[in-house]
Ligand binder design. Structure first.
Ligand code: FPP
Length: 237
């Protein structure tokens, strides 16, 4: 009998390679992002079917604002359009959508769609999808530090009582630690993705551009995770 697969509790995906995939196919970068979105949607549905509880997706870093204006605008329009058009399906699939990142620099239009998605899906009990948009891990740590300092100044928390729970609950989202981080396209970098939550994560770097990262390839990555021996700093078992 086939051995049952053990799902990580929280997977992070660094979505990478839309542009290079498009170039290889003789398509525009925009077409690459559209193909990336299509793949992402199918992958989310599949991940929920496999029993995943938390999925964090790095789709736009704070640094991505340095890209050319046309590409940034295309991506921002794509995000707001898709958050609007996919809303009913998210509800039908019972998924809960949350966001991590700074709100500043995001347009009113996209913020509105993000807020509607968050509010309406907040009581859904299926997989939690955490979209990292205008996100940077160092800035998240900086923002968390400022929030805690302010609460100390206001007398709401005492310095001695600050512990790891305090840190988690002052990050953009109070999420479990990442178990597994998958970065497509073969790049071997974390690129400022969920630095605190990545503390003990296992890594997987498939050499596939994101639009070609099929459900089968995702499943293979989970099989690879099942073969890892996670020790969290303890002895080998
Ligand atoms: C990185 O690949 C990918 C991005 C910056 C954008 C990812 C966005 C999507 C897949 C669309 C998601 C849609 C919604 C609604 C959340 P790259 O284009 O930098 O690839 P390259 O490194 O090959 O140039």
């Amino acid at each position: 009998m086939e051995k049952e697969i053990r799902m990580p509790n929280h997977i992070g995906i660094i979505v990478d390679g839309n542009g290079r995939w498009a170039e290889e196919q003789g398509l525009s970068r925009s077409q690459g992002h559209l193909a990336g979105f299509k793949r992402l949607k199918e992958l989310c549905i599949y991940a929920q079917e496999l029993g995943l509880k938390y999925l964090s997706l790095y789709v736009f870093s704070t640094e991505n604002f340095k890209r050319n204006k046309i590409e940034v605008k295309f991506l921002m329009d794509l995000f707001s359009e898709k958050f609007h058009s996919e809303f009913q399906e998210v509800m039908d699939l019972n998924m809960k959508i949350i966001f991590s990142g700074r709100r500043e620099s995001l347009s009113k239009k996209i913020l509105k769609e993000m807020d509607i998605m968050t509010e309406k899906s907040k009581n859904n009990t299926g997989m939690v999808i955490n979209f990292c948009i205008n996100y940077g891990g160092q800035l998240e740590i900086l923002d968390m530090t400022k929030k805690i300092c302010q609460e100390v100044v206001d007398g709401k928390i005492k310095i001695d009582s600050i512990d790891l729970e305090t840190i988690s609950s002052h990050l953009y989202q109070d999420l479990p630690m990442l178990d597994y981080i998958i970065r497509t396209s073969g790049e071997l970098r974390l690129s400022n993705f969920m630095l605190y939550q990545a503390s003990y994560a296992e890594f997987c770097f498939p050499k596939t551009y994101f639009p070609a990262f099929t459900n089968e390839k995702f499943y293979q990555a989970i099989v690879e995770y099942n073969n890892r021996n996670r020790r969290f700093g303890g002895n080998a078992s």
